[in-house]
Design a protein around this ligand. Structure first.
Ligand code: 5AD
Ligand code: FES
Length: 350
């Protein structure tokens, strides 16, 4: 590598860690072609992760409790146009049982995720109340866009956190991928969640069809502005029953690049090694934990429903025996030289 390139990379890193990320310096780093070129960014991301989290990894157990969805996101396997997927909703008892099992396995935070299924909100609110009262767990909801009055009810019932990826901040791309959604409204929802007092999580997919590096650089600037507690990202993966079925899957390296840059911009944020990373390549989550991720999310959805919550093809953990993901994720952390901690993992990014 030429010295000039090395100097350039160093300069960009210094600017970003000094709180001055720009479309130019981010796009430049994102465009670096090899892992060797990108190594100084990974090194800085590792250093910051270690500084704030040591070798600790937080666990968030996930329960995919409903695959009903009113939306038509082009990439998503459970979008409402998919007539092949049988639709399901877990009963309150099934959810309570899964959460209790999770807690027994050492995961003190439960993520309740679903398609956008507001018809189930009343039941969900009751379930949140019961999980809080009977199990005293930290509760994250990931159920999509709602009016502030509904978010307030979730909060009152005992929800602590809320995850909703922005997916992309590129207006044209957002519109194409979400024909029935509005980028400004989604941003508004995220700001509303923060104002109400949730720990907010957002994120994007990397390698979406027609996504440009400048778009990703702008996504990163949006993260800086929103200042979320958590940022979850993953590679785009095609699903056979969607209109994007013939588009190329993304790759792990670009995804890791984005993760490392988020660590530079938001050093204290919680960054998960996601299921999609583990799908694109078998050791994808280990790689993510090694370069700056500090969260892992084992699947605690009852086995019989998992096949019906395929957001993309070849999703891992579908045919695993119930409970296996808990042990497996502990092994993944270890393989990355880290260890899972029994903690609710509240945000350090205040
Ligand atoms: N490929 C990768 N990630 C996907 N998601 C949904 N569909 C896909 C896909 N085809 C991600 C979205 C969503 C999260 C729950 O899963 O980013 O926010
Ligand atoms: Fe589910 Fe490894 S995390 S099988």
């Amino acid at each position: 590598m030429k010295n000039k390139t090395k100097e350039c990379i160093k300069e960009c890193i210094t600017e970003i860690t000094a709180g001055k990320p720009s479309v130019e310096n981010l796009t430049y780093l994102l465009s670096l072609p090899t892992r060797e070129d990108f190594k100084p960014v990974f090194d800085e991301s590792v250093r910051l992760c270690k500084k704030h989290f040591g070798n600790r990894v937080f666990v968030r157990g996930i329960i995919e409790f409903s695959n009903y969805c009113r939306k038509g996101c082009l990439y998503c396997g459970i979008n409402r146009a998919n007539k092949k997927t049988p639709r399901y909703r877990l009963t309150p008892e099934e959810m309570l049982d899964s959460a209790a099992f999770m807690k027994k396995n050492g995961a003190l935070t439960v993520v309740l995720q679903s398609g956008e299924d507001p018809g189930y909100d009343k039941t969900l609110i009751e379930i949140v109340r019961r999980i809080k009262k009977e199990l005293n767990m930290a509760i994250t909801l990931s159920v999509g866009e709602r009016e502030p009055s509904v978010y307030r009810e979730f909060l009152k019932a005992g929800a602590d956190r809320y995850l909703m990826r922005i997916e992309t901040t590129d207006p044209a791309l957002f519109k194409k991928l979400h024909p029935d959604d509005d980028l400004q409204y989604r941003k508004k929802c995220l700001y509303n969640l923060g104002k109400l007092g949730f720990e907010v999580g957002t994120g994007i997919m990397v390698g979406l069809p027609e996504q440009r590096l400048e778009s990703i650089a702008n996504d990163l600037l949006f993260f800086k502005e929103l200042n979320p507690a958590m940022v979850g990202i993953g590679p785009f993966l095609a699903h056979e029953d969607t209109v994007l079925k013939d588009f190329k899957n993304s790759d792990i390296f670009p995804t890791l690049k984005v993760l490392a840059l988020i660590r530079l911009i938001l050093p204290k944020s919680n960054l998960p090694a996601t299921t999609a990373m583990g799908t694109i390549t078998p050791d994808g989550r280990q790689q993510a934990l090694k370069i700056g991720a500090n969260v892992i999310m084992p699947n605690f959805t009852p086995s019989k429903y998992r096949e019906s919550y395929k957001l993309y093809d070849n999703k891992i953990c579908i045919s695993e025996e119930y409970g296996k993901c808990a042990a497996c994720t502990a092994g993944i952390a270890m393989a990355a030289g880290k260890r899972i901690v029994r903690s609710k993992g509240y945000s350090k990014n205040k």
